[in-house]
Design a protein around this ligand. Structure first.
Ligand code: SF4
Length: 434
């Protein structure tokens, strides 16, 4: 994992909604260097903004799922007219998404929205962009300058642009497009800098993971503004998850990105859940709730593990708030070793479940009782942690391997004597060495 790239920092929201900082590490004008803020998870409502009750319900559901910031579309006047009441009934920073009509941005600012998302490339003229900048400056509202693959190429000279830029980037997939997006962002940022407005973050979204990684690497080298990551139009969750997470994980592991949205053609709650899980998995945010480990199952399975895992996941999501590691393993052959780091673990076998809590065997129950007993043990452990009687991660399932374990041994002796360092890396024919 690389060190997080330093950027300027922007502030979204207020005391009422909770303040979300994006980016950090570079001093603001005349100020001290800020610590980079935790990477924030954003999403966008799927329903109409002017349908106030449904919009509020959706925003509150997304906030409950863990969204740090929620964006809403504001294509029509009736959408911005609904904003004041939506802001009144919600407690999470709201971003107004504006395309084509600069008036929507002005109306959203007037309603008290916490951030504007603008693509200056689809606003008719510069005076209109300036009007939005001035209104945001007066109210202290940040703007995300977002360019998207679909809107970036000027239609009238598309082929000319492709021919020109393609000459320089012909060896890279989508090289001409990436160059054009970087160029456009530079032009747009100039407009904001000309009006002494620096309260911005930037994004450049494409539909393809590899190109998304390329464009964000390029803009992170060139600009100091905080970066909002995303793959646009990633598709349904089943395939969009791979596409989005491939790009986000590569960038975040490289220290690039201050905020992101995983976008699916499905309920946006999944975007938030998967975004948080990604940050937790990379160790970039402190986990809230259970870290569930489960075996993939194989021919040794002795219980209906798929059902058990889903039931455990759903039930524990409702009851456990601490970052408890829970393992659900299908057998005692590899299960104990694979669950070694868990606070609570169950190993199934012969239609029964053997349950361990902090390394101690506490129960051996029939399959029908595994779920209830496991949940009870997790709740009891949570209560004991809250009462200060124990700590999570302190005493975990610890497996002592059989000794001797055969002629090959455990490998520890070879590591201790330094032989492992002398080992020659495995070379696979036809594969490139890493
Ligand atoms: S824990 Fe047991 S059942 Fe599960 S994958 Fe490993 S060997 Fe198979």
């Amino acid at each position: 994992m690389r060190i997080r790239r330093a950027t300027k920092q922007i502030t979204v929201g207020n005391e009422r909604t909770g303040i979300v900082l994006i980016g950090g590490g570079i001093p603001s004008d005349g100020g001290d260097a800020t610590t980079p803020a935790p990477i924030s998870v954003q999403t966008m409502t799927a329903g109409y903004t002017h349908d106030i009750d449904r919009c509020v319900a959706e925003i509150n559901r997304l906030k409950a799922a863990g969204a740090d910031i929620v964006r809403v579309a504001t294509p029509e006047r009736k959408d911005t007219e609904a904003l004041a009441e939506i802001l009144n009934q919600t407690r999470v920073p709201i971003v107004a998404d504006v395309h084509f009509h600069f008036e929507r941005a002005l109306e959203a600012v007037e309603a008290g929205v916490h951030k504007i998302r603008l693509n200056p490339g689809n606003i008719a003229d510069r005076d209109q962009v300036n009007a939005v900048i001035d209104a945001c400056k007066e109210r202290g509202i940040p703007i995300r300058i977002g360019v998207n693959e679909g809107s970036i190429i000027e239609r009238k000279d598309k082929q000319k642009r492709l021919d020109e830029l393609g000459r320089f980037f012909s060896d890279k997939k989508d090289g001409h497009l990436i160059a054009l997006m970087v160029t456009k962002l530079e032009e747009y940022l100039e407009i904001f800098r000309d009006r002494d407005f620096h309260d911005v973050c930037i994004s450049a979204k494409l539909m393809d993971a590899a190109s998304t990684i390329e464009v964000y690497r390029a803009i992170s080298e060139r600009f100091d503004e905080p970066l909002h990551l995303g793959v646009t139009h990633a598709g349904p969750k089943e395939t969009g998850a791979i596409r989005s997470i491939a790009a986000m994980a590569a960038l975040l592991a490289d220290g690039i990105g201050d905020s992101f949205r995983i976008s699916y053609a499905s309920d946006p709650v999944h975007e938030v859940e998967d975004g948080l899980e990604l940050l937790w998995s990379l160790g970039l945010r402190e986990r809230k709730g259970v870290d569930l480990i489960a075996c993939p199952t194989c021919g040794r399975i002795q219980v209906d593990l798929f059902t058990l895992v889903q039931d455990v996941r759903t039930k524990l999501a409702d009851t456990i708030e601490l970052p408890m590691k829970v393992a659900v393993m299908g057998c005692v052959v590899n299960g104990p070793g694979e669950a070694e780091g868990a606070d609570v673990a169950v190993f199934a076998g012969d239609r029964r479940g053997i349950i361990y809590v902090q390394g101690e065997k506490v129960a051996n129950v029939p399959e029908a009782e595994i779920l209830e007993r496991l949940l009870d043990e997790c709740v009891t452990l949570q209560d004991r942690v809250r009462a200060g009687e124990t700590k999570l991660g302190d005493k975990r399932v610890e497996i002592i391997p059989p000794d001797p374990i055969g002629e090959l041994g455990s490998g520890f002796d070879r590591i201790a004597s330094g032989q492992v360092e002398q080992a020659t890396p495995l070379t696979i024919t036809g594969a490139k060495p890493v």
